[in-house]
Ligand binder design. Structure first.
Ligand code: ZN
Length: 337
């Protein structure tokens, strides 16, 4: 069976053969569609509107994503308690993995997702134990439902990222651990990206990298620094919003979260990003907040994972039968690389 053969190839085998394409952003898009509350951005949509979440997974899969992240971001106990859902931790994690698994079928890998908890505090020794317990609870449910890898993401504290790696490693599954950098490209502890990458790799992370907050232009140099620092695989998953050198973190912008629309990048920009990431030797190429199916599709096309042209089309500029022919647009449809 081709399908079984395809899905039996795990993340590390795929990465060894060439770039793997991740998916896009979930919570902000679900909020735009009316299924998630802006502000807390908690992921109870897996219980309240499972079909809406399944549809976004389907869109990413159809666009060429090879990994679907279960929407377990912020599905940790203390975070869910802020919206009165502390007793739904298991249900939300279970439903999220089940929904991603159903959509992925044999066509994509499913990642269990661990995110920042907002609880980790190096000045409070008890906090590390609390973070461990919360990650373990999520991982137990995820493993019970069946995941193919663990993605730990959006950590500003390197210490919290290292805890995510420590707990995820106990599953025996491949791990992808990525840092996020706010105004300065430093972990909260002060470690530059290269040191973060080295320490996470030394801790056993199969893939280390950077995700969220920054646009591709302000993320790629960080990924390149990590690339130079480690021999293992590197991941890069920037946002699809335009940021600036003065304000590289889109969540710090006054436009967050309700006026981001004009800052959303065109899909070709994400296609160009994917090609640049590949050329830098980045193996796990994905995207984060603001990246929807059109962006992922442009990335898949730029990486040669899906064709630029979808079926036959008789083009005749002398006798146009489309605006593309009439205005001579057709060649611009090919994403820049
Ligand atoms: Zn993000």
């Amino acid at each position: 069976m081709v399908g079984e053969a395809a899905v039996s190839r795990g993340l590390l085998e795929r990465l060894a053969e060439g770039p793997v394409l991740g998916d896009g952003g979930y919570l902000l898009e679900m909020e735009k569609r009316g299924y998630v509350r802006a502000g807390p951005f908690t992921p109870e949509v897996s219980l309240t509107d499972p079909e809406a979440l399944a549809q976004l997974h389907r869109e990413f899969l159809r666009a060429g994503a090879e990994v679907l992240q279960a929407l377990t971001f912020y599905a940790s106990e203390d975070k869910l308690a802020t919206v009165g859902l502390a007793d739904k931790v298991d249900d939300i994690n279970r439903a999220a993995v089940r929904i991603a698994r159903d959509v992925a079928g044999d066509d994509a890998l499913v990642a269990g997702n661990l995110s920042l908890t907002w609880v980790y505090d190096p000045k409070d020794p008890a906090s590390a134990g609390r973070v461990r317990a919360m990650f373990d609870r999520q991982l137990e449910v995820m493993m019970d439902e069946g995941i193919d890898l663990v993605i730990g993401e959006t950590y500003s504290w390197l210490g919290e990222a290292l805890i995510a790696q420590e707990r995820a490693a106990r599953t025996g599954l491949p791990t992808v651990i990525t840092m996020s950098f706010e105004k300065e490209p430093r972990a909260y502890e002060g470690d530059p990206p290269a040191d973060c990458a080295r320490k996470l790799r030394d801790a056993g992370a199969d893939v280390v990298g950077v995700n969220c907050l920054r646009d591709p232009e302000r993320t790629l140099p960080i990924a390149a620094e990590m690339r130079a620092a480690v021999d293992g695989f590197v991941a890069c998953q920037p946002v699809a919003f335009r940021t600036t050198d003065q304000e590289p973190d889109f969540t710090a912008s006054p436009a967050f979260p309700f006026a981001l629309d004009p800052l959303q990048l065109p899909r070709q920009a994400m296609g160009a990003f994917a090609a640049r990431a590949r050329d830098l030797g980045i193996e796990y190429i994905g995207s984060c907040c603001g990246s929807v199916a059109g962006h992922v599709k442009a990335m898949a096309q730029a990486l040669g994972k899906i064709p630029l042209q979808e079926g036959d089309w008789r083009v005749d500029y002398d006798r146009p039968m489309s605006a593309y022919e009439y205005y001579g647009h057709a060649e611009r449809e090919i994403p820049p690389s």
